[in-house]
Ligand binder design. Structure first.
Ligand code: FE2
Ligand code: FE2
Length: 260
């Protein structure tokens, strides 16, 4: 299996999925997977997901079609992983006023030792303004994975930047208004058969965190791998807890028993 993004890349596809929110999608055929990055065009532009280092030139060119990329002010992501924030320093070098934005845990345990500039470590009490839009970061420990994980919620138009939640395969349409549960279930089934199995733990917090996100009543889900969703998304978030439990909540028998 190729490393993330090391195979052939397609052209970056750009779609506005909500007001001033642009989805910059690169499809990797060898993985049958889209890598989606989201640019918010506002007075202080925000990028959610830096992309992998190998994708940086293509993403920079895509961002250039929408804004002057040197004007980026906020570079945010969910959890410390290469497709989430691998090219962080490339963006910070390009945009001298840009600041990393992540959860407080992410800042403390990962980012400030890696980033060329310190991060803003956000809690749910902190509000980030980009101009017309207002954001809060919600901690979601181990959802989709990683102690530092969080999701970013834009409160004006109710867009949830939900990282790997609802991930699914294929070079799919930019936005769907139909169900994301079944494609997600298929993707979990497929990934659980391969070397990435166990990538999303089910914990005693999983249901309550997803219920909290459902109560935000998002109207758009900005999905990292696969189609974004447009429409009332609370029900999907509630149902997702059951799907995660189905694939990650059951103890599996050990492949080999210990010798006496
Ligand atoms: Fe991830
Ligand atoms: Fe991802």
């Amino acid at each position: 299996m190729n490393s993330f993004g090391k195979g052939r890349l397609t052209m970056t596809a750009i779609h506005e999925i909500a007001s001033d929110v642009f989805r910059l999608s690169i499809y990797v055929p060898d993985l049958d997977m889209q890598f989606n990055h989201f640019l918010v065009r506002d007075e202080e532009p925000l990028l959610f997901h830096t992309g992998l280092k190998v994708m940086f030139p293509a993403l920079r060119d895509a961002v250039s079609k929408l804004i002057d990329p040197t004007r980026l002010r906020h570079v945010a992501w969910s959890h410390f992983e290469s497709d989430e924030c691998g090219a962080l320093n490339e963006w910070l070098q390009l945009a001298p006023q840009a600041q990393p934005v992540c959860t407080l845990v992410g800042k403390l345990v990962n980012v400030d030792d890696y980033s060329i500039r310190p991060a803003i470590g956000m809690t749910a009490d902190d509000v980030l303004y980009t101009g017309r839009y207002r954001y809060r970061f919600y901690r979601s420990p181990h959802i989709p994975h990683g102690w530092d994980a969080g999701v970013l919620f834009e409160e004006t138009c109710r867009t949830l930047f939900c990282s790997d939640l609802f991930h699914h395969f294929g070079n799919v349409e930019a936005v769907t208004t139909t169900d994301l549960i079944e494609p997600t279930r298929q993707a979990m089934h497929q990934l659980q058969q391969g070397p990435l199995a166990g990538y999303m733990p089910y914990t005693h917090q999983t249901e309550s965190v997803l219920r909290t996100l459902a109560d935000l009543n998002p109207q758009t889900l900005a999905v990292m791998h696969g189609s974004s969703f447009s429409g009332p998304a609370g029900r999907l978030l509630t149902e997702l807890a059951g799907v995660i439990k189905e694939y990650f909540g059951q103890a599996k028998p050990e492949a080999c028993s210990q010798h006496d």
